[in-house]
Design a protein around this ligand. Structure first.
Ligand code: AMP
Length: 423
């Protein structure tokens, strides 16, 4: 059969891979709940304006990477390239603008039209966290601590936490002036993108990975030196709180992150195992303006990419989660046994034992092949004789050992045979 691949930069997640994903998701739910966060789910598409206004029209994501389309009513919609703007759109309807704190997290796919590469997908999955409504440096530090706690629970060791400040919005202009004055001297030696960025958004130059630009960036003045006292003391407090919480960090003066909504703290967790796309997670404090609102919604948060978490776990040889397989297979010889097995399967499932029953007449050899393929622990075999004698043959698939069990004792025996896996 000809194979139809999914579109470039997307992939299927198959049943044999899903337990690794469940571990990431279940651990997120467990850890974030410990910090008082609740799950929120917003649509995978929003009005395009939500992202343009929310993320910033000048950002790389909005300029180049959004999947935007018109619906039948002529409205412009966009598949979400990140989670924060949509969540803020939703929280606007609450009391969040009155200084009340909301703690939410969200899991799901994001879409960016990037050039696919290792660790860079067009559909990828993020877990995002938002602490919305209040401003306090302690909240920034606690949010980062929660991310580090999460990574620790996933056995992801050897990562580096990089942190910096982008200052308040009032601090931006003087810092931009200093940056522009510096880069303009070297712009002829810099890449085409940076030439554009000099005019449109000078901060983005600091993010450029081109070697010729890196040389210039390395020698650029630290922007924090242009920031006022408010920005500096906020940042110091974040660092101080992180130290108190026992979180190691490195101050990275060139870290700005790609989104314009960041103010004050920005951070990234990188891992050397990831190669060129080495960011496992990133986030910061933000002020987001949404269409029709004069005041921004404020908060601090982060997002981590599930594909990159899995890649890191693989490199670190973290013991993989075992695949999810059914426990019991019911093999039936003859139509009566098959019917009896279907009823038995229902009663076992109601008792919490995952069961697959053969529903067609097949040879015992073919049925045992199915049992092996499914990876079950036990196979129960019944034919005419077994039904007549009210017994079942029970085969332990690991040891090959077979036992005859009276049908009315089947429940208790299964509990014993499957323990400690199940009960
Ligand atoms: P960002 O929303 O750009 O701050 O990214 C947050 C995290 O999402 C990154 O640290 C990555 O782990 C992940 N990520 C971002 N873009 C992609 C992508 N195109 N493919 C896979 N993972 C991504």
């Amino acid at each position: 059969m000809p194979k139809i691949s999914p579109p470039p930069g997307t992939s299927d997640i198959l049943p044999e891979e899903i337990s690794a994903w469940h571990r990431l998701e279940d651990t997120a739910r467990k850890i974030f709940q410990l910090y008082g966060y609740g799950e929120i789910r917003t649509p995978v598409f929003e009005y395009t304006e939500v992202f343009k206004r929310g993320i910033g029209n000048e950002t790389e994501i909005v300029q180049k990477e959004m999947y935007t389309f018109k619906d039948k009513g002529g409205r412009s919609l966009t598949l979400r390239p990140e989670g924060t703007a949509g969540i803020m759109r939703s929280l606007m309807a609450t009391d969040v603008m009155n200084g009340n704190e909301h703690r939410v997290y969200s899991l799901g796919p994001m879409f960016r039209g990037e050039k696919p590469a290792a660790g860079r997908r067009r559909q990828f999955h993020q877990i995002g966290v938002e602490n919305v409504g209040r401003i306090a440096p302690e909240l920034d530090a606690e949010c980062i601590a929660m991310l580090m706690h999460y990574l620790e629970e996933l056995d992801i060791v050897g990562n580096r936490l990089l942190i910096n400040t982008r200052g308040t919005l009032e601090d931006r202009k003087p810092a931009e002036k200093v940056l522009r004055a510096n880069f303009i001297k070297h712009i002829s030696a810099m890449c085409e993108d940076c030439k554009n960025r000099l005019k449109r958004n000078v901060w983005r130059i600091l993010d450029c990975k081109q070697p010729e630009c890196q040389k210039v960036i390395k020698n650029s003045p630290p922007v924090v030196s242009c920031f006022g006292e408010k920005s500096r003391s906020f940042f110091n407090k974040v660092c101080e709180t992180l130290s108190k919480l026992g979180i190691s960090y490195e101050i990275e003066p060139k870290l700005v992150r790609g989104l314009d909504y960041y103010v004050h703290t920005v951070f990234e967790v990188v891992h050397p195992a990831l190669g060129a796309q080495d960011a496992l997670a990133g986030g910061g404090r933000y002020e987001i303006f949404l269409p029709g609102n004069k005041n921004p919604i404020i908060g601090v948060g982060f997002a981590t990419g599930l594909e990159r978490l899995l890649m890191t776990q693989e490199c670190l040889k973290v013991i993989p989660s075992p695949p999810i397989t059914p426990c019991v297979f019911l093999a039936g010889l003859g139509i009566e046994a098959i019917n009896a097995n279907m009823t038995l399967a229902m009663s076992l499932r109601r008792k919490g034992i995952s069961t697959v029953a053969e529903v067609e007449e097949k040879s015992i050899k073919a049925q045992m092949r199915t049992a092996n393929r499914l990876g079950v622990k036990l196979t129960i075999i019944r034919g005419e004789t077994e039904l007549k004698n009210r017994i079942a043959t029970c085969k332990n698939m690991k040891t090959g050992e077979q036992k005859e069990i009276p049908s009315d004792k089947l429940d208790d025996s299964l509990r014993e045979l499957l323990s400690p896996d199940l009960f």
